[in-house]
Write a protein that binds this ligand. Structure first.
Ligand SMILES: [Zn+2]
Length: 109
């Protein structure tokens, strides 16, 4: 079991790891122009949790400049919101209309 000392959903790298990532990536990995000032999870924390993989690793870290980090974070948030906002009119074949339970949702137990 992992020590669940995190509170809330906002997760950043542990300080020491963040420092190592920024020492390795001196330049922003997205634009390649500005100096990297922020450590970003390449695979987002939410995605790693879904996949059940460890997210706080140096390999999953990349140094980004503030602007690119912001752009990436905002894109991730918008994707999440778009996923939650179900379009009202989806063309569904009558044969594919969901009936009863959704087989796509399996409980992991
Ligand atoms: Zn950048």
């Amino acid at each position: 079991m992992m020590n669940n000392s995190w509170s809330g959903d906002r997760t950043g790298f542990p300080k020491a790891m963040r420092a190592k990532i920024l020492r390795r990536d001196k330049t922003c990995r997205i634009c390649g122009l500005r100096p990297a000032t922020e450590a970003d999870h390449i695979v987002s924390v939410a995605e790693c949790r879904r996949l059940g993989i460890v997210y706080d690793t140096i390999d999953n870290g990349q140094g980004l400049c503030r602007e690119c980090h912001w752009a990436k974070t905002r894109a991730e948030i918008q994707q999440g919101q778009a996923r939650m906002r179900t379009p009202k009119r989806i063309p569904v074949h009558p044969s594919q209309a969901p009936r009863g339970g959704d087989p796509g949702q399996a409980c992991d137990g």
